[in-house]
Design a protein around this ligand. Structure first.
Ligand code: GFB
Length: 324
């Protein structure tokens, strides 16, 4: 185990100013909904056009003015395997700048509790499965997303450094592959699950005989519904205070082929599935060991079939505004 569990309930004040950085994104919007449902009355969010988190002066001015007591840093440049592989500079530079600006400004403004969000791609490509928190920095990264991973590892170190130098109870959580309402369904930039939902839904509507997915279909991935992620974030903020990043996942995974079949069934597609092996597979398996989180008192509750069915419903209800 990484370290002794730093576990002590510390409820957050419901009327304190709470800034959700990235509140329009997949994770940030789910956290916002969760906080509202839990009775937080002073939530603050800024769209990227209102506040560019890459603009250091603007971020510092925003924190000086707003003085949030709590912060979740869910703002990041994110994308699927192809976007990560094609635009590594953007994934490295944008994320480093967002993190450094927000963490510096939050420190100066005296933020009490802060949660930094990363990703399971921080772990070595061939890490022992399921992946424990202490496998961080024990091997080489998956090359398709190494730039993004390095930015997120820098964020974890930044949190640990702030804890060490300033004694702040700030923490980090590393979610597995997330999905749910508000996801990016762009065919080229998205992660696999929204890509499959859109592709199979369109094929079912058009009566197509086949669809083509990326890679071999053999990689294994773990998928967590973003509403579960939001619940885990609040749980950690109120119950966890330790230097190690905490894995957040379901503890089980599927092959991409199995995932494709679940999506095909959910949208009613009955044709064939082909695989384009010119597209990258990425890391062979990325299953998180979630026992540390379980020890801290939280486990996921939304099953994959159920989560995919509700996300398909959300996609169909919102599809027209998303098509780009
Ligand atoms: O979700 P995904 O893009 O990201 O791809 P990673 C997962 C797997 O699904 C890969 C396959 O093996 C893809 O080849 N796949 C099949 C597809 N069809 C498709 C498709 O149409 N679109 C996409 N996107 N994939 C990402 C990292 O890795 O995971 C990020 O690049 C981040 O940095 C994220 O960490 C959580 O799981 O491979």
């Amino acid at each position: 185990m990484t370290e002794a569990i730093a576990f002590e309930p510390t409820p957050l004040e419901r009327d304190a100013t709470f800034y959700v950085a990235g509140h329009r994104g997949l994770v940030g919007s789910a956290i916002w909904r969760k906080l509202e449902a839990e009775g937080f009355t002073n939530l603050v969010g800024r769209s990227s056009s209102e506040l560019d988190l890459k603009d250091r002066e603007a971020v510092i001015a925003f924190f000086r003015e707003t003085k949030p007591k709590y912060v979740v840093l869910a703002a990041a440049k994110v994308g699927g395997i192809l976007a990560n592989n094609t635009y590594p500079v953007d994934f490295l530079s944008d994320n480093l700048r967002i993190q450094v600006n927000v963490l510096d400004a939050a420190l100066e403004a005296g933020v009490d509790r802060l949660l930094f969000l990363g990703s399971s791609c921080i772990y070595p490509k061939f890490a022992e499965q399921p992946i424990r928190e202490d496998s961080l920095l024990t091997g080489h990264l998956e090359p398709t997303n190494d730039a993004y991973a390095i930015a997120k590892i820098a964020g974890i170190m930044h949190i640990q450094a702030i804890r060490r130098q300033y004694g702040k109870p700030w923490i980090s959580a590393m979610p597995t592959n997330l999905y749910g309402p508000g996801d990016n369904f762009s065919p080229t930039g998205s992660h696999v699950l929204p890509a499959l939902i859109r592709r199979y839904d369109e094929a079912a509507r058009n009566g197509d005989a086949s669809v083509v997915n990326w890679g071999t279909g053999s990689p294994r991935r773990e998928f967590l519904h973003v509403d579960d992620m939001a619940a885990a974030c609040l749980h950690l903020l109120e119950n966890y205070d330790g230097p190690s990043q905490v894995n957040v996942g379901t503890g089980s995974d599927v092959t991409i082929k199995e995932l494709a079949q679940i999506v095909a069934d959910a949208v009613g597609f009955e044709g064939e599935t082909e695989w384009d092996i010119s597209k990258p597979d990425g890391t062979p398996q990325k299953l998180l060991d979630v026992s540390y989180l379980a020890d801290a008192g939280w486990t996921s509750s939304i099953g994959l079939d159920e989560g995919i069915r509700s996300t398909v419903e959300w996609y169909r209800a919102n599809a027209l505004s998303l098509r780009g």
